[in-house]
Write a protein that binds this ligand. Sequence first.
Ligand SMILES: [Zn+2]
Length: 436
Amino acid sequence: MRRCFVSCLLFLFPFCLGSAAHASPPPPVSVSLVKEDVWADRTVREESRGVEITLTFGDECVVIHEDSLSFPEGRLVARDVSPDQLYLVRDLRPMVRRKGYDSLYSHGGFQLAVVKDPAGLTRVKRVSLRPVTGSVVVLERSKVQRLEPNPKVERLLRMLDSAHYEQCLSALAEDQPTRYACSDGELDAKNKIKRLFLELGLETEVMAFKNVCGRTCQKVGGYNVIGIKRGSLRPNEYYLVGAHYDSTSGMPCRMAPGANDNASGTAGVMELARLFSRVETEASLIFVAFSGEEYNQLGSRKYVRRLLNSGLDEKLKAFVVLDMISYYKRNYGIIVEGSNGTTAQKAMVARLARLGRTYTDLAVETTYDYYGSDHEPFLDRGMAGALLIETDWDRYDYYHTRRDKMVYQDIPYAMEALKLAAALLAEGGIIFPADR
Ligand SMILES: [Zn+2]
């Protein structure tokens, strides 16, 4: 997959070189879409002088090239574009509110867009952008070797219960109209999760924090729900799975079912808690439902601060955050979004990709470019882990709207995504009772 990247480094970047020397604007460019395997073909590359930049998104390459060039096996996306207006945009606003740029291509939550007023867009909340200055692999399609599956892990994965998952999803997304962080619905969801953790025999704690309530809701506090299962052989080693249970929409106090975002991930944490409470584990497992994610990851930031203060971050072997895992449209896949900050973080992204290839049918894509969910505070502070998110999340029309309902969720797909998180926890160490 790095081939796109490497091949493009062979070309010069006249726009960049020329910009300092001349005041005149860079010549316009075209943008084409070429399949990665076609692009990797040597003859295509050799005919491609005049290509300035290639951006790789999974199995597709976006090629930015001279207007005069064309690719018979590619698809022209745009012509006559000013190269200094090209940006990679990540936008967490609902579809209808996505303004301030013209999107040319999108995949996995990344958009290649023409931005005419970058300074203005930078000031917009829930949007991140950076200029396209050179070739880069934005999302890498994992081609790691599928390993021989561990029978113990396979056996555990067969114990995942889709009926229980669906029941949890419904309890969160259908029993109350909203789980907005400042509403009574948040309290209701918090109580449900707490009740389950207690029933499962987990060491259960509700961690309260102050919410930032800008709306005219009930203005209740924020609550993370934490459940711990102690390991029997290595209790001081921890594996964590977390998801935010708060939701949002255009009218969040009254209606924000948040089935996909993020009852899907929270129900995942609840089902994993059920699953792992039934087996003995060598290492300790932490299950966390965060609130306040839609307020700049308020809950997870508080939680991470506590990990650091108690030194638990040093004992955390891996974490995984589930955020939006129950929808697919075009790509039956999952994105593992980690960090390139440390060797351990990089290794964890690779490990999750390998687990995905070994234990699931999902097309796994990885990225080191992380943004906008509860994985941020963990990765910022050097812990190893990743966000798991459906590849097509930005094709989901009801994202952050009051129509993000249960009916649009795909339970079998979600169970496949859950297998990946379960495999990571299971690799951390499980012991099966002899006859269970
Ligand atoms: Zn979310």
